[in-house]
Ligand binder design. Structure first.
Ligand SMILES: *Cc1c(COP(=O)(O)O)cnc(C)c1O
Length: 385
């Protein structure tokens, strides 16, 4: 069983470890690296290397596991989006690379579905791109995309986030954009697992695809994976560290982080994902079972639905709903009381429709019992008073 007093480093800093029932969210620490990734980082830390050579070799591993022509380790999917935009606008022209985010003389528009707007798309703008929105939350027509593409269009973006609906299928965007000579850039930060997604969007024709390295892949939290067309990866690399003139220079990736990400990625590809998914599901079942019989509280298991292409449904979750007759604390109060407890438990809302989600992907063995016990305590104390 874990200790939550905080040992060693965290204790010295006075930082309290928390139980993460929230998912691979950045503010809760992303993921816990497996031992082989930590070992690779330690090994990488002992020698100097030529960073260009290290980037190239790491890129070859990414290309192999994604089926893309080329790859690059980034400082997260957010940095990947910045480099996607920079690559599509400036290419490998050193004058243009230097000029970003000033995009004079460049194609600088990125077409994006209104249903795909997420806070992270500010990374496209950070490179100097202007976003051109199409569609609405209910539907998007192919002609809207075609009409939005002009001689100024640098790329068409496709974001797999929490699914809002109403976007064209990726295949349609690829077809329409490619007919007009426009590359398609995909943000699939939180879409791993399922592992099939490593190759899926490239197979669908996307020109650049970006994933987080510190979410489901369980690499260093500040890493990401960019893969795609050889010329565009070359352009992304030119806009990135170690090139000190690139707009991506502040998103530097260390040799240790490159090593940790590549080791984690190789492990991820070799993982028995069915067994992992089954253990996640059984933690959720435990929680649902433990909350049975509380009046006006409905706990249910949400099965994994990877086909939905929603960043929340790649794995099972336990959802807790407080029904209309409920008189106890609100969902927000339950969430904040869990955070204030000992050990603190971090989790979040299930979605816009309400409910609390217990996400099992970062629960260590046995933590489901702590989470279920605390939830039961909070939900029974108040409702009986
Ligand atoms: C997490 C996330 C990002 C950012 O990824 P980082 O690897 O943390 O930089 C971008 N887009 C979406 C949809 C995400 O969920």
């Amino acid at each position: 069983m874990q200790s939550y007093r905080g040992e060693g480093f965290y204790e010295r800093l006075g930082v309290r470890p928390v139980i993460n029932a929230w998912s691979w969210v950045t503010v809760a620490g992303g993921s816990i690296m497996p031992a082989p990734a930590l070992r690779a980082m330690e090994e990488a830390s002992r020698h100097f290397v030529d960073m260009h050579e290290l980037n190239r070799r790491a890129g070859e591993v990414i290309a192999r596991v994604t089926g893309a022509e080329a790859g690059l380790v980034t400082a997260g999917s957010g940095a990947g989006m910045l480099l996607q935009a920079a690559a599509c606008m400036a290419g490998t022209d050193p004058a243009k690379v230097w000029r970003l985010p000033d995009t004079r003389g460049m194609k600088n528009r990125i077409v994006i579905h209104r249903a795909h707007r997420v806070s992270y798309d500010r990374n496209f703008r950070a490179a100097g791109a202007r976003l051109v929105e199409i569609g609405d939350t209910g539907a998007t027509e192919r002609w809207e995309l075609e009409d939005a593409i002009t001689s100024k269009t640098a790329a068409a973006a496709y974001v797999f986030g929490p699914r809002k609906g109403g976007a064209l299928p990726l295949e349609t965007v690829v077809e329409a954009a490619h007919e007009r000579g426009v590359p398609v850039i995909v943000d699939a930060a939180a879409m791993l697992p399922p592992a099939e997604n490593l190759t899926k969007y490239i197979r669908a024709g996307a020109d650049l695809v970006s994933f987080s390295g510190g979410k489901g892949v369980m690499g260093p939290q500040s890493t990401g994976i960019l893969c795609g067309r050889k010329d565009l990866i070359e352009a992304a690399a030119m806009n990135a560290a170690p090139n000190s003139q690139g707009i991506g220079r502040p998103a530097k990736v260390s040799k240790e982080n490159i090593a940790g990400l590549i080791a984690a990625l190789e492990l991820f590809v070799d993982t028995d994902h069915e067994a992992v998914a089954a253990s996640w599901r059984s933690k959720c079942e435990y929680i649902v079972e433990a909350l049975r019989g509380i009046e006006s509280v409905r706990a249910e298991l949400a099965e994994a639905m990877p086909g939905l292409e929603d960043s929340r449904s790649g794995h099972a979750r336990a959802l807790v709903f407080l029904e209309s007759a409920w008189r106890g604390p609100s969902e927000a109060e339950v969430i904040s009381r869990l955070r204030e407890g000992d050990p603190p438990i971090y989790l979040g809302p299930a979605g816009p429709e309400g409910g609390i989600a217990v996400v099992p992907v970062n629960l260590r063995d046995g933590e489901e019992e702590i989470v279920a016990g605390r939830l039961r305590e909070i939900l029974t104390e108040e409702s009986s008073s």
